[in-house]
Write a protein that binds this ligand. Structure first.
Ligand SMILES: Nc1ncnc2c1ncn2[C@@H]1O[C@H](COP(=O)(O)OP(=O)(O)O)[C@@H](O)[C@H]1O
Ligand SMILES: O=C(CO)[C@@H](O)[C@H](O)COP(=O)(O)O
Length: 461
């Protein structure tokens, strides 16, 4: 049996899955946590990768890394980080994002240039922030990588030149999805100096070898890997409820949404993967559980004991600032609290808020697609919650397909590794995983209350 290893280095942890290259059967898996911060020493990721994937790697003939998108790994001429990496959910570069969008001719011109309207998540805005706030670190920056590029190089034999893929590259803000190439002058203009960028490997390319001769695939962004794992078809929408909330779809043509709600990313196969992304998703529930002093199972039980609408309690869950809508300095807002509001209402309101926020991403994405939304699939850590499984279809007003439990980003990376190993023109045809349909009575009044609150706070303009 030929085995391949897929690694998911996402915001909260590294997960590794060892699978049969022929059919994707998982034979072993492990995970290791990451620091809880929006700036992280890249060394913490290599340490987590070694802990989760190190013991599995010797059994694999090929390996690929999928990573959280956008993070700025700025390296000096000796390839040492000039500072901790700034993550996709670090909003300090919001002012830089506005400045760059203006410099590039406004939102539509920006979307035409690089596929997306810049917000603080994009790597290029972090380069501009570095220029303006840490000029000494900016001066020492010689090379800029994304988290997955950094980890792929860690796995590759010493001396291997850095490489990336077009999927993750398309989230930097200095890659043209129209021309399918870096625009290094955009990175240079943001940082105030030229930098080296990784080679963009082809989809399915055997991009490098480990020191033991195992194939290293090009790797990709976590969202692109999830789409690859689930073999998304035209019309499918994938919702991921991890640290970020993401609605994504595969398209043949690039999207250039001047409204900025949808990013025009590339995928990991040669097509495109427009996304709408929130900064606040699973952690809305983590915080609610902490505030109520319960674990996730107890939070779910509490939430399911309250009626839809949570007796008028509504939450706008922009705790860490927000990206969709672009409100980098927003905070969470609760309304409708009365003398009879109880713990169950507070628990349910958190799930309903998460559902409404995800509904906003699905609507934004649907408006950019050239066909009606068909299947809506659901993945990510928070989908383990039985309350989420029941409340989300009610809030969205549609059935959802829940694939069997699994690490789909890591599986997508494994499928890419199997593809790179095969040398074939297309990824291996692994059997699709079974799904369970989640159905619920729609609760449109919940979304209506949420939209009223969102509009009152001016959060959607
Ligand atoms: N049963 C559960 N109920 C609600 N949230 C959960 C549950 N199990 C895990 N989570 C949450 O899922 C999140 C991790 O999801 P994951 O998709 O691995 O995130 P990421 O890929 O962003 O690192 C954490 O915030 C965790 O608390
Ligand atoms: O910023 C984005 C996509 O544009 C996020 O989706 C990151 O890629 C992080 O993903 P998770 O850690 O939530 O999986």
């Amino acid at each position: 049996m030929t085995l391949v290893l897929g690694i998911d280095s996402s915001t909260q942890s590294t997960k590794a899955v060892l699978v049969d290259a022929d059919d994707g059967t998982v034979v072993a898996q492990d995970a290791a946590p990451h620091p809880d911060a929006t700036e992280v020493d890249p060394h913490a990721w290599t340490t987590a990768l070694e802990a989760a994937a190190g013991p599995l790697l010797p059994r694999a003939a090929g390996v690929s890394v999928a990573g959280q998108q956008h993070g700025m790994v700025a390296l000096d001429e000796h390839d040492a980080p000039v500072r901790p990496a700034l993550l996709w959910n670090d909003t300090r570069s919001a002012g830089a994002a506005r400045q760059l969008v203006e410099e590039w001719g406004g939102p539509q011109a920006c979307a035409d240039l690089v596929g997306s309207v810049l917000v603080a998540s994009f790597t290029v805005t972090k380069l501009r922030w570095l220029r303006d706030h840490e000029p000494e670190a900016a001066r020492r920056t010689h090379r800029v990588l994304l988290p997955h590029d950094h980890l792929s190089r860690h796995l590759a034999a010493p001396g291997t030149a850095a490489f990336t893929d077009r999927g993750d590259a398309s989230g930097t803000g200095y890659f043209s999805t129209r021309e399918d190439r870096w625009r290094p002058e955009l990175a240079a203009a943001a940082l105030g100096r030229e930098v080296e960028l990784p080679r963009v490997a082809g989809a399915g390319e055997a991009a490098a070898e480990t020191r033991h001769g195992q194939v290293v695939g090009p790797g990709t962004g976590d969202n692109m890997a999830a789409a690859l794992a689930l073999d998304l078809q035209p019309g499918d929408v994938l919702i991921s409820v991890g640290t970020s909330g993401v609605a994504s779809a595969r398209t043949q043509a690039a999207v250039h949404d001047g409204s900025g709600l949808v990013t025009g990313f590339a995928d990991a196969t040669g097509g495109f993967l427009p996304l709408a992304v929130t900064l606040n998703a699973a952690r809305i529930l983590d915080l609610q559980a902490r505030l109520l002093g319960v674990d996730h199972d107890e939070l779910a039980a509490l939430a399911l004991s309250a009626p839809p609408g949570s007796h008028g309690t509504t939450l706008l869950p922009y705790y860490g600032g927000e990206r969709t809508p672009d409100r980098p300095h927003a905070v969470g807002t609760w309304t409708g609290l009365t003398t009879t509001t109880d713990r169950a209402d507070l628990a349910r309101a958190a799930f309903e808020a998460l559902g409404c926020s995800l509904a906003d991403t699905v609507d934004a994405l649907a408006a950019q697609l050239d066909r009606p939304v068909g299947r809506v699939l659901l993945i990510g850590g928070a989908t383990r919650s039985r309350a989420l499984q029941q409340i989300l279809p009610a809030v969205l007003g549609r059935d959802l397909e829940l694939p069997e439990p699994g690490e789909y980003v890591a599986r997508g990376a494994a499928r890419q590794a199997a593809w790179a190993l095969s040398g074939a023109a297309t990824p291996p045809a692994w059997p699709t995983t079974g799904t369970r349909t989640l159905t619920a009575e729609p609760t449109p009044e919940v979304r209506e209350a949420y939209v009223r609150l969102r509009e009152q706070t001016g959060a959607w303009s």
